[in-house]
Design a protein around this ligand. Structure first.
Ligand SMILES: *Cc1c(COP(=O)(O)O)cnc(C)c1O
Length: 364
């Protein structure tokens, strides 16, 4: 069975083997060396000289951490959302008492950074902007550099969900001025679920010093203090740290420009492959993601049935649509440990599966 969903993603064999090592003392020297080594490699991949913290958490936990470490109840926040994950970020902020203005964009289209300006102009009390870099639910990559530009222009804190983009698609944390950026180990990092990585800028730390939302497990100050002692405040997912050590070594060997180029190539190849089958991309192609491709189910074909058929009869696990898109789209993940042959395999199996559901392939 081959896994082609946008997380968890398949892991290289040596990464999996690293996970079978015996436990070590998380307050001991061996773990200390490992956490320092992975943290310094993560900083390179985040393209930041600021702090990167490692949390034992899924991606959503790190979204909550970004909110509760940066804001106080009653703070005004502008949410820019074009899908399920953008909406989730806004909901977390609301749940902890922020006053959220939701600016929503059509699903499948990119966020328009200029559209944030009137909202920021009309309410100078807005403290922070929330945005999703790569909207996994629709297969759209937002122009984060442009959103960051607008946030800086209005002097706002910028919190970024980069869970399905960091380590795959260019994201220049320092150069673009992103204050808190979060990602999860099971997406582009070739590592199983269990760890989340968070960068915090100087401005992020200033906001943290004033932020009064309740937090204990997620406290960034605690994480930073303990990192100073080469530890984490709470027992970490030690096995996932082993895996991360190996995966980051592989990523360092490949190099960021090559990683970005590989994902760009795989994204392009996926889009070309599905179009050659006569299918339509769900996302606006100008902003189509290089880590996940969303495809509109052809008329008369329920995408849930297609996903079932491809899994049961063709051995490939694809993702369906989330929320309102259930049954209407399906998604192919192409992030992390993926090759051109993997993509060609998915397209070949789709070519065999689609006619079984009554779809007529284009001639030739
Ligand atoms: C996967 C994903 C999440 C959620 O991560 P979990 O690890 O499932 O909590 C949030 N945002 C984006 C953009 C994602 O791709």
């Amino acid at each position: 069975m081959s896994l082609r969903i946008p997380g968890p993603t398949p892991c290289p064999e040596n990464v999996l083997q690293a996970m079978s090592k015996q436990m070590i003392n998380h307050r001991g020297k061996e773990f200390g060396t490992l956490i320092q080594q992975v943290t310094s490699r993560l900083k390179e991949l985040f393209q930041t000289k600021g702090d990167v913290l490692i949390l034992t958490s899924s991606g959503t936990g790190s979204m909550e951490a970004a909110i509760v470490n940066s804001l106080s109840p009653g703070d005004k926040v502008l949410s820019l959302s074009n899908g399920v994950f953008g909406d989730r970020f806004a909901t977390i902020a609301e749940r902890f008492g922020a006053e959220v203005t939701r600016l929503t964009f059509e699903w499948g289209r990119a966020i328009d950074p200029d559209a944030a300006k009137p909202a920021l102009e009309s309410d100078p009390k807005i403290k922070a902007v929330l945005v999703t870099h790569n909207e996994t639910s629709t297969g759209v990559t937002n122009d984060l550099a442009a959103v960051a530009n607008v946030a800086k222009q209005y002097d706002k804190l910028l919190l970024v969900d980069a869970i399905s983009s960091l380590g795959c698609i260019d994201l220049q944390v320092d150069a673009w001025g992103c204050d808190v950026v979060v990602t999860g180990s099971q997406k582009g990092w070739m590592v199983p679920p269990g760890l989340a990585f968070v960068s915090v800028s100087q401005r992020g730390w200033q906001a943290h010093a004033e932020a009064k939302m309740p937090r204990f497990y997620w406290d960034f100050s605690k994480a930073k203090d303990f990192l100073g002692k080469s530890q984490t405040p709470w027992t970490p997912a030690v096995s996932v740290f082993y895996a991360l050590g190996i995966a980051l070594e592989m990523m360092a060997e490949e190099g960021l420009p090559n990683i970005f180029a590989r994902h760009a190539h795989l994204g392009q190849r996926t889009r070309e492959g599905v179009k050659a089958l006569g299918l339509s991309l769900f996302a606006d192609e100008k902003h189509a993601s290089n880590t996940v491709t969303a495809i509109s189910s052809p008329s008369g074909v329920d995408s849930k049935r297609l996903v079932d058929t491809v899994r049961e009869e063709h051995g490939i696990v694809l993702a369906g649509g989330q929320g309102n898109l259930a049954g209407k789209i399906f998604r192919i993940g192409h992030l992390g440990f993926v090759t051109e042959a993997d993509i060609d395999g998915v397209i070949a199996q789709l070519r065999l599966a689609l006619p079984k559901l009554g779809y007529k392939l284009p001639a030739g």
